[in-house]
Each structure stands twice: as structure tokens, then as C-alpha cells.
Design a protein around this ligand. Structure first.
Ligand code: NAD
Length: 504
């Protein structure tokens, strides 16, 4: 029995799932750790999805009547369930998505954090009172629950993305239908089981408040095209967003798109190189380079470029690569063979463009013939060619040089994606310029920390081909509600706005 299969039954049982929930179906799930088949999960047909959306809509109609602070209580209970199951769910993320255990646990912690945030938010869903130009009138805005929220998620954050959306949607009075990645349905079934436990303890939540639909693209499309789904929150590749965005827009639905990134770090002459090396290392090779916020490009001043590259290479040589559940491992496997092939193709294109490539080769083939472990690559580029401007979802770090800080910012912005960015600098002018209107054009811009590992308190998302969506903290909750502007006349007159006269 494979390593992953040996651990699975106990984990699933602890998380409240009977073996029948993930056996006898047609969707084969493989562990990226050793390539072994973990389960055959039953899938939903598009017709079943239609019925599930119907139930979600009914649930919405009753849930929206529940006062928001009471809705928050359900999310407080979900947070408790997640705390109790943090280790089991974290391990399952590791088995199914190949993350090192510490990152699997970190992902569950992020779920707990967003639950805490949403509980507080359930007493803070406020609108404005606005000065009216008419005497004896009051103008205000009210925020109402929106409807059914469809969540489509990617394999690399198999549980956190659901919780970012669901914790907010539920306190905002919505219901949720979740289509997880076809590569990670087991973690989705586990989250659903935890939600159901919380709902049972809550008592009177509608039955179909949160549901999971399992399947590939066709199942996602059924969700996208259903007019009863008021908001489609879709996380994944830019290719997926290019299909989902226009399809939702065609029916005048709302979409929240969280798509690919191509994140850069600028290292200036005044940078603290110890800090820069540590920050870049985690952001470039954490999750084996499979985060939307992974650092994919370094733009280093010519005076520090060589030293930085040497230090990074030294750090890369010391990276423990292997089974992500083993203590001490820092780099786990790529998700699958297709991902490995895409990485090799990108490296070969970079070589044709004149790059010098360090690392990038497959390792541990003897131990794991069906899994894909690689040495993260450092690729010194003569310039920012087309392949550098493309997001390859693997640990490839392209390094370019610059002489003038303005050119570095221009290079950082000169890619189609706009998710995350950072500058390492101890020069206040450079740091502030980077954050200013003429600086980074990304949704996330950092100083002296890497591009990945955002906290849930801030709004998360990016510009351009990253899709423009914002979820998680700050005022992202507004995506999950509809706004009504109300004017109340408490006078005995009926003055019209803009001084218009309409007297008979
Ligand atoms: P993917 O685009 O292949 O799949 C994502 C999800 O979309 C899956 O559930 C898939 O079944 C579904 N899907 C695909 N086409 C669809 C369609 N036409 N209609 C409806 N659903 C469809 O992405 P992936 O390989 O799972 O994940 C990696 C990508 O996700 C990377 O590009 C990464 O940058 C991005 N990502 C972005 C964020 C973010 O917050 N910006 C977070 C995580 C991952």
C-alpha cells in the first residue's frame, strides 16, 4: 500500500466521511506525493447541478431572513470545527495537493482566521448615511444579501479559497455552491462534512446552505451559466477566467475573478541582502512554486545581482526536497506530469532565449516513479522575453538586471498579470516610489517582505489578467451583498432633486 493510501482512511474517518463518500465513482484522485490513486469520487451531472442550485436558492430565501449576527454564530461554530480538525485537514491537504505539512496546517489556520474575521463582520455590515440636497429628506444605503454564490477553486489552495468566500457569503446572508478543482475533491468533501457538523450544532440553518458539486469543467460551466447564481467567485488560471468572466457577464451576473500572477521582486543597492534572500527563498520555492503569489521574477540592480544570485544558489542547494509529510522537507512535488512538462518546456524556451539555467531537473525518480519532484530553478535571463511574461506554474525564478530604478518598475509592470510585487530597499524614496501611483501596478505591493503569504485582514487580488477581484479582508464583503440607496421624505413637501419643477 502506498504511503498516501495508508494514511487516508483514518484521516477521512476523523473528518467525518464514510468510505462510500469517496469510492465507486468515476473521478480518479491521485496523490502528487507518490502518484498513487487515492479514491474514485462520485461526480455530479450538469442536471444534478441544476437541482442543487435550486436547493441553494431556496436556502438563500430563508437564510437571508436570519439576522446577520446570528448568521455569524454559524461561522463561529465552523471556526471551532476547523480548530478541532486542524491537524487532520492539514494532513489531508498535504496528501491531496502535495504541500509540506506546515503549509497544509497554515492553510487551515487561514480558514480559522477568516472565520474569526467574518464573525466580527457579522456585526459590521454597515452602509452610509448621505447628506440629501432636499429639506426634510434622509438618504442612506442599505446592504442586503445577494443570493446564491458559486465558488470555483484551484488545486493549489484546495480549502482556504472556499473558506474566504464561504465565511463571508454566509454572514452576508447568501448560500454557497462550491465546485472544487477536480484534482482536489477529497479536501472539499472534508470541508463540507465540517460545515455540516457546525450547521447541526447551530440548529436551524437551512439544509442546503453550503453544497459541493464534484466534476470537471462541464460541472463548473453549469454553475457559471445558471442565472440563479448571483455571484461566481472563480479562482484559477487566466485561461479559465477568460471563459468564465464573459459567460457570467452575458447573463449580467456578477463575477469575482482571482487568476494567474507573475510576481516580481525588485532588489535595490540599499537592500538588506540577508532579508532579501530569505524573503525570496520562501516566496519562490514555497509550495514548490505553485502559489498564485509565488515570486517568479527578480529584477536586481547590477551592483547586487551577482552576489544575490550566488547566495540564492547556495540556499537552493541546501533545500530538502521530498515527501511533504516528512519532517524537515521544504519542497514537495509538483501536482502532476503535465505541470512537470510545462516547466521543462519553459526552461527549454528560456535556454533558446539565451538564459543560463541552474537546477530545474527531476529528482527522486527511483523512489517515486509516478510522482514529479524537481529542483527549483534559477534562470538568469539576458532580458524579459515572452516566456518570462507567461505564468508557468512551477518553481522557476527568472533573474534580470537593471541600472535605473524607474526601468526596474517599468519592467516589473510590463507583464500581463498584476497580482503581487515587492521591493527590497532601505532607501525611503525607492520604497515610497514603489508604493506610489507611479510604482507597482499590482493589487499587492510590499516592502522588505516577499510576494506571497498574505494575511486575511487585507483585500486579496490583483489587476489586469489577474482578474480585478478582491476577496478575504477589508471591504471585500461588499461583493457578497447588494446595495440599495434609500431616500426617505419626512416632510410635508415633495421637492424634486436638481431643482426640477413639475407642478400641475
Ligand atoms: P484551472 O484554471 O485549471 O482550474 C481552476 C478551476 O476552474 C477548476 O475547478 C476547474 O475545474 C475550473 N474550470 C476550468 N475551466 C472552467 C470553465 N470553462 N468553466 C468553469 N470552471 C472551469 O487552475 P489550476 O491549475 O487548478 O490552478 C492554478 C492556477 O490558479 C494558476 O494560474 C494560479 O495562479 C491560479 N490561482 C490564482 C489565485 C488567486 O487568488 N489569484 C489563487 C490560487 C490559484
Amino acid at each position: 500500500m502506498s504511503l498516501a493510501n495508508a494514511l487516508l482512511p483514518q484521516l477521512m474517518q476523523n473528518l467525518g466521511l464514510a468510505a462510500s463518500a469517496y469510492a465507486g465513482g468515476t473521478l480518479a484522485v491521485h496523490s502528487p506525493i507518490d502518484g498513487s490513486q487515492l479514491a474514485l469520487v462520485p461526480t455530479h451531472s450538469p442536471q444534478q447541478v441544476t437541482a442543487i442550485i435550486g436547493k441553494a436558492h431556496e436556502s438563500f430565501l430563508s437564510w437571508r431572513q436570519t439576522p446577520a449576527p446570528r448568521r455569524g454564530e454559524l461561522i463561529r461554530l465552523l471556526g471551532e470545527e476547523l480548530r478541532a480538525s486542524k491537524t487532520d485537514l492539514g494532513k489531508l491537504v498535504s496528501l491531496e495537493a502535495g504541500k509540506i505539512l506546515s503549509e497544509g496546517l497554515g492553510e487551515v489556520q487561514e480558514m480559522i482566521d477568516i472565520c474569526d474575521f467574518a464573525v466580527g463582520l457579522s456585526r459590521q455590515l454597515y452602509g452610509l448615511t448621505i447628506a440629501s440636497e432636499r429639506p426634510g429628506h434622509r438618504m442612506m444605503e442599505t446592504w442586503h444579501p445577494l443570493g446564491v454564490v458559486g465558488v470555483i477553486s484551484a488545486f493549489n489552495f484546495p480549502v482556504a479559497v472556499w473558506s474566504w468566500n464561504t465565511a463571508l457569503a454566509i454572514v452576508c446572508g447568501d448560500s454557497v455552491v462550491w465546485k472544487p478543482s477536480e484534482k482536489t475533491p477529497l479536501t472539499a468533501l472534508a470541508c463540507q462534512a465540517l460545515f455540516e457538523r457546525a450547521a447541526k450544532r447551530f440548529g436551524d440553518a437551512p439544509q442546503a446552505l453550503s453544497q459541493v458539486i464534484i466534476g470537471a469543467r462541464d460541472v463548473g460551466e453549469a454553475l457559471v451559466n445558471d442565472t440563479r447564481v448571483a455571484l461566481v467567485s472563480a479562482t484559477g488560471s487566466t485561461r479559465m477566467g477568460r471563459e468564465v468572466g464573459p459567460n457570467v457577464a452575458k447573463r449580467f451576473g456578477r463575477s469575482l475573478l482571482e487568476l494567474g500572477g507573475n510576481n516580481a521582486v525588485i532588489v535595490t543597492p540599499s537592500a538588506d541582502l540577508d532579508l532579501a534572500v530569505r524573503g525570496i527563498l520562501f516566496a519562490a520555492v514555497g509550495t514548490a512554486g505553485q502559489r498564485c503569489t509565488t515570486t517568479r521574477r527578480i529584477i536586481a540592480h547590477h551592483s547586487v545581482r551577482e552576489t544575490l544570485i550566488e547566495r540564492l544558489k547556495k540556499a537552493y542547494l541546501a533545500l530538502p526536497i521530498g515527501n511533504p509529510t516528512a519532517p524537515g522537507t521544504l519542497v514537495g512535488p509538483l501536482i502532476d506530469q503535465a505541470s512537470f512538462e510545462a516547466m521543462q518546456q519553459a526552461l527549454s524556451q528560456a535556454r533558446q532565449d539565451g538564459a543560463s539555467v541552474f537546477g530545474g531537473e527531476r529528482v527522486l525518480q527511483d523512489q517515486f516513479p509516478l510522482a514529479y519532484y524537481v529542483k527549483p530553478a534559477i534562470v538568469e535571463m539576458p532580458s524579459q522575453t515572452a516566456i518570462v511574461c507567461h505564468e508557468t506554474f512551477a518553481p522557476i525564478l527568472y533573474v534580470m538586471g537593471y541600472a535605473d530604478f524607474k526601468d526596474a518598475i517599468a519592467m516589473q509592470n510590463d507583464v500581463p498579470q498584476g497580482l503581487s510585487s515587492a521591493v527590497f530597499s532601505n532607501d525611503l524614496r525607492e520604497a515610497e516610489t514603489f508604493l506610489s501611483v507611479s510604482g507597482s501596478d499590482c493589487g499587492i505591493a510590499n516592502v522588505n517582505i516577499g510576494t506571497s503569504g498574505a494575511e486575511i485582514g487585507g483585500a486579496f487580488g490583483g489587476e489586469k489578467e489577474t482578474g480585478g477581484g478582491r476577496e478575504s479582508g477589508s471591504d471585500a464583503w461588499r461583493n457578497y451583498m447588494r446595495r440599495a440607496t434609500n431616500t426617505v421624505n419626512y416632510s410635508k413637501e415633495l421637492p424634486l432633486a436638481q431643482g426640477v419643477r413639475f407642478d400641475v
